[in-house]
Ligand binder design. Structure first.
Ligand code: A3P
Length: 295
């Protein structure tokens, strides 16, 4: 499929978005969540694929080798708001999923999540993954370079300025992580995780996920999963490295790029870093929501 021209951001109910995430809006808003669905929510590039794959293995690794070798992770875990015909939309894929629980991913800011996810009788488990703003920005920059479905990133300093102004697809990182953090205060079925914690000790974080989800895999199974979800394993794995999607130009930048905490230090100038920190203080006033920039 030929790459369409780069899209422009537009204001969608106060959030910069692009068409491929809003064209299916009626179906998204009317999407019927089921009580046993599991929603993986993130700002783009915060570790969505990593957590998706961990969950897929926790639930479905006993489904035989075919699933693991022939169905890419983005088909096992549909992207709710994605809509680019003739590719099946996220809502269609989710509705057709043959497995239970359905694992569904979204980058929507919390106020855009279909209301059925919040209904009282539908206590859907939600896992939110957040990543520190500086590494998140760097990862998003390289992703926009290699993904022609995303708006043109420009050079690094242009991109960073746009990121700080909240002018990227799915809007402001600051609003996103804060909005979901606030939701956690009232919606108890929400686990708020950090990319940095996963990097620090993925085994511990898999344990946290298991206790949140009420799963109790054996020690051997957990170790097998931990080994399968390392950066190197996922980078080699065609089902998790997005090499099946020709629209992503992995010669520009691989999807599984570095997988590190602190790569921002290779991108931010001293002046950019000072300006970023100053701006950050103004936008991130909640002392409870803390990020780590190195570990
Ligand atoms: P980098 O660009 O910093 O390497 P998402 O899945 O939300 O699009 O996030 C992609 C980012 O998560 C990329 O970050 C990617 O390398 C990183 N990532 C994916 N799987 C990972 C893993 N197993 N370990 C560490 N980082 C991982």
């Amino acid at each position: 499929m030929a790459a369409p021209p780069r899209p422009e951001l537009f204001d969608f109910h106060g959030v910069p978005m692009i068409n491929i995430f809003t064209d299916d809006w009626d179906n998204i808003q009317n999407f019927k969540a089921r009580p046993d669905d599991i929603l993986i929510a993130t700002y783009p590039k915060a570790g969505t694929t990593w957590v998706s794959y961990i969950l897929d293995l926790l639930y479905f690794s006993d489904m035989g080798p075919d699933r693991q070798t022939s169905i890419p992770i983005h088909e096992r875990v549909p992207f709710l708001e994605f809509c680019l015909p003739p590719i099946p939309s996220g809502t269609d894929l989710a509705e057709q999923l043959p497995t239970t629980p359905r694992l569904i991913k979204t980058h929507l800011p919390v106020q855009f999540v279909p209301k059925s996810f919040w209904e009282q009788d539908c206590r859907v488990k939600i896992i939110y993954v957040a990543r520190n703003a500086k590494d998140n920005a760097v990862s998003y920059f390289h992703f926009d370079r290699m993904n022609s479905l995303q708006p043109e990133p420009g050079d690094w300093s242009t991109f960073l300025q746009g990121f700080m102004e909240g002018n990227r697809a799915f809007g402001s990182w600051y609003d996103h992580v804060n909005g979901w953090w606030e939701k956690k205060q009232t919606y108890s079925n929400l686990l708020y995780m950090f990319y940095e914690d996963l990097i620090e000790d993925s085994g511990r974080e898999i344990d946290r996920l298991c206790s949140f989800l009420g799963l109790s895999p054996s020690a051997e199974e957990k170790e097998r999963i931990r080994a399968s979800v390392t950066f190197d394993s996922m980078k080699q794995n065609k089902m998790t490295n997005y090499s099946t999607i020709p629209l992503l130009n992995q010669t520009v930048s691989p999807f599984m790029r570095k997988g590190k905490v602190g790569d921002w230090k290779n991108h931010f100038t001293v002046a950019q870093n000072e300006q970023f920190d100053e701006d950050y203080k103004q936008k991130m006033k909640n002392p409870d929501l803390k990020f780590r920039y190195e570990i």
